[in-house]
Design a protein around this ligand. Structure first.
Ligand SMILES: [Zn+2]
Length: 319
């Protein structure tokens, strides 16, 4: 086995990792767009490895597998995709930066959900780092097209401005040129305040990870789900001070996280985690002073044979 083979094997998530959750009259699906290898230290910031290694297992190069978990929200009238993963319009350099060794599963997952890209009404970007917006681009990296040609792509203006003029530290994480080209398709809806993207689907600015980072709060039938994006990427980050080194404003992350975790325990809110390989939807409980995640939702897997037409359609529409 070559090193590439080993990496590919380590970064091929099992297909059964689609999870379905219903709250009130909203149906939610968490699915894995890709699996990457990330530096363990980067995931936990100032926390020494002797501590964080109890939460995440790293390989001999200190790499930890991380999923790009996307969220599909199906309301009565709308199909809303929260975050797009890395996608497949990537340069070799981008693949390297993000530890991406496997092909994107975005088209396949959309088909397994019995949808084609044209069905998506709204795309929400929690922020514009490549592993959250890349899947919005189809085609060749130098000649991108929208993957979801009918969708309004809702983007925070502060985040857009940061992505257009990234500081030296953030430059490698933003696909600035691709975003500039994408803008020409006229699908971007820029927002400058918290809004409701659809009934029961609210976008809330958090800052913390980036200046314009936002989370998505979904509420129906007196239940609430929060897609907290990179504020709590993996279950190991449920300890308030276990904050990624990539966060530009870690004290904002700390403040947001402490309050969110407290409220989630008290009101039994469900959190959707965007990078965990194991925990997709969780409630939280307190055990001996620790915050413990409890899995929610059910495995969801549709046989590919019943989706082959969808796959063909989705190939046609994105090539
Ligand atoms: Zn990010």
């Amino acid at each position: 086995m070559t090193r590439d083979d080993v990496h590919r094997e380590a970064t091929t998530p099992p297909l059964e990792m689609m999870t379905r959750l219903v709250i009130g009259d909203i149906e939610l699906f968490s699915f894995v767009e890709n699996r990457t290898l990330s530096d363990g230290g980067a995931m936990y910031g100032v926390i020494p490895k002797s501590l964080w290694s109890k939460s995440s297992t790293a390989d001999e190069n200190n790499l930890v597998p991380m999923d790009t978990n996307l969220l599909l929200i199906k309301t009565r009238k709308l199909k809303i995709l929260v975050d797009c993963g890395l996608g497949d319009a990537l340069t070799d350099r981008q693949k390297k930066i993000y530890g991406c060794h496997s092909p994107s599963r975005l088209d396949e997952c959309i088909a397994r959900l019995a949808l084609v890209p044209e069905d998506i009404d709204i795309v929400i970007a929690s922020h514009l780092h490549l592993d959250h917006i890349g899947g919005a681009f189809a085609g060749h990296p130098d000649d991108i097209k929208p993957r979801f040609p009918r969708a309004r792509h809702i983007i925070r203006d502060i985040e857009w401005n940061t992505a257009m003029n990234p500081d030296d530290r953030s430059m490698a994480a933003y696909p600035t040129e691709m975003l500039r080209r994408f803008e020409e398709f006229g699908l971007i809806e820029m927002i400058d305040s918290d809004i409701e993207a659809g009934p029961g689907v609210k976008l809330v600015l958090t800052g913390g990870h980036t200046r314009g980072h936002q989370v998505v709060e979904i509420e129906s039938g007196e239940q609430k789900v929060i897609f907290c994006a990179d504020m709590i990427p993996v279950a190991g980050n449920l300890k308030p001070t276990y904050i990624a080194a990539t966060d530009l404003f870690p004290l904002e992350t700390l403040e947001y996280k402490k309050k969110l975790i407290e409220d989630a325990v008290r009101y039994n809110w469900i959190l959707a985690l965007d990078h965990d390989t194991e925990y997709k939807f969780v409630t939280l409980k307190r055990e001996n002073g620790k915050t413990v995640p409890v899995k929610q939702g059910e495995p969801f897997l549709v046989a590919m044979s019943s989706c082959s037409q969808n796959i063909r359609d989705s190939k046609k529409s994105t090539r």
